[in-house]
Design a protein around this ligand. Sequence first.
Ligand code: ADP
Ligand code: MG
Length: 563
Amino acid sequence: MGCQCVSSKNNHSVPQVEPNRSNSFFKNSFNEEKTFPKSHRNLRNSKINIKEKSLEKPNNNSKASTLTSFHKNDRLLTKSDKPIAINSQLVVSNNRENVFKQYKIIKKIGEGSYGVVWKVKHKKTNLIRAMKKIKKKNNKANDETTKDIINEIELLRKLDHPNIVKIFEFFNEPDGYYLITEFCSGGELFDEIKKKKYFPENIAANIMYQIFNAINYCHTFGKIIHRDLKPENILIVNHDEMTGFYRIKIIDFGTAKIYEQNKSENKIIGSSYYIAPEVLHKNYNEKCDIWSVGVILYILLCGRAPFTGHNHNEILSKIKIGNYDLKRKPFDTISIEAKDLIKKCLEMNVNKRISAKEALNHSWFSKNHTKKNFMNIPDYFLQKTIKNIINYKPKNELQELALTYLVHNLPDLYEIQLLNNVFNIFNNSPNSQGKLTKPEIKQALKKYLFKNNKNEHQIEKYSDEIFRHIDIDHNNYIEYEEFARAGIDKNIFRETNVLRFIFDFIDKDHSGEISIDELKEVFKIHSKNGELLLKKLIHSLDQDMNGQISFKEFTDVMIKIIE
Ligand SMILES: Nc1ncnc2c1ncn2[C@@H]1O[C@H](COP(=O)(O)OP(=O)(O)O)[C@@H](O)[C@H]1O
Ligand SMILES: [Mg+2]
């Protein structure tokens, strides 16, 4: 994915991100009729959501618990100390200020079943974001909506993957909930299909690989089913005109759910063209996402939906039968491998249907050199990243928090986009779960640092050290943002505007000093032990002894990570 990154290389400055293309660019350029028959062109975004029972509360048993679970840390802690665990969930805040004080609306970019989505600008930093409002008033299903939005926020907070949209903060206002997420400037994959009609196999493979990667992560790590995968919910981050490759992200976790293994779901949720037959029979599991992905793959390759009709019922009855045409044009020119993958996704028997993990190892991807295309990153950058990772030994929690906030909030930085790709290169074993394992780290050390020379002892030592410092929740995996904060070039802290950006996040009342209360809020500390730790932290950094951390003191501590 290296060459499909970004065109600007303004490395360390906080980007004033503007899209290179607006949605309106795509309007009216495609004959929607051909993909979806004339009579139901308006079925775009046609979400089916038959509530059989009220939504269950999201199950908070996964990574969220790291905030309270025991965490070994050799910095600042005595034996009796409670830990301060730093992960990306800390930097997604429930903002207490009014949303419009902080964000300016630029334009409306979407209107879905739940509310409106705008492109907005963060007034202070000029960063461009997407803002999704879910109305509270005049909504009959008020309680349900509240549950849905809380569900979406909770799930997005847990997900940490390069191909899943990031959430930055949310606001609970009297008239609605406002979700601030990363803005994907290339628009919906839906509009790109309208524009291009269909895609060459290598480009379709590049898109599909990223979708399967994200879904594999959701299914295996998060135990999350998306339930509404469709081209409207797949957004384009950027497009490399030279190679034709796209970088995509999955959005809209409003109908997603944490599922229990071996327990089937029974609520009919999805969108008509993409819904799996077993969902209509109210007995399904995470494999329903694979069906929807199969429909997307079919559309990408031929420009038409596999199951069509004049109305919902006609489409749904065709889905229940499961017949689709692999002989129509241009399938005569499409590879056997592509057709095989479609068949394996659109398999009626759920137990026989391919999983996301298996799909990633399908021969269609090797035939199209998809993995290799993702690996088009200069060797020097891979070596530099490995060295940064080995040297990553943050001296205190503030440095760690600053890096966490940085990699989470500036996904558009050129270097962070490169790190996305490096992560995918390292995360390359057949059993990949969307997070790095020890064998994968060892493999990367061997290949890019030791140039395949045998140095087992040193490799073992480095990989142990890397895990000790990076895998702070001790789950024996390195997740994407854990990796990115270790891998990023720490010289970024020489940029005053970057430091100011982070400082402003912690200095909630904008007094110009970070107080103990602000640290307690940011680190979500409620215990006496935790408070004691923060006091020690302030004491160690507070040069003028006023009990607070000024911007100068903050800068000094951040620069220390480079020394
Ligand atoms: N992060 C984003 N960047 C750019 N456009 C977005 C973003 N989030 C949503 N949109 C636009 O708004 C539409 C609706 O958003 P979505 O979250 O899917 O809401 P709904 O649940 O109503 O479908 C999307 O299909 C897309 O066109
Ligand atoms: Mg949507």
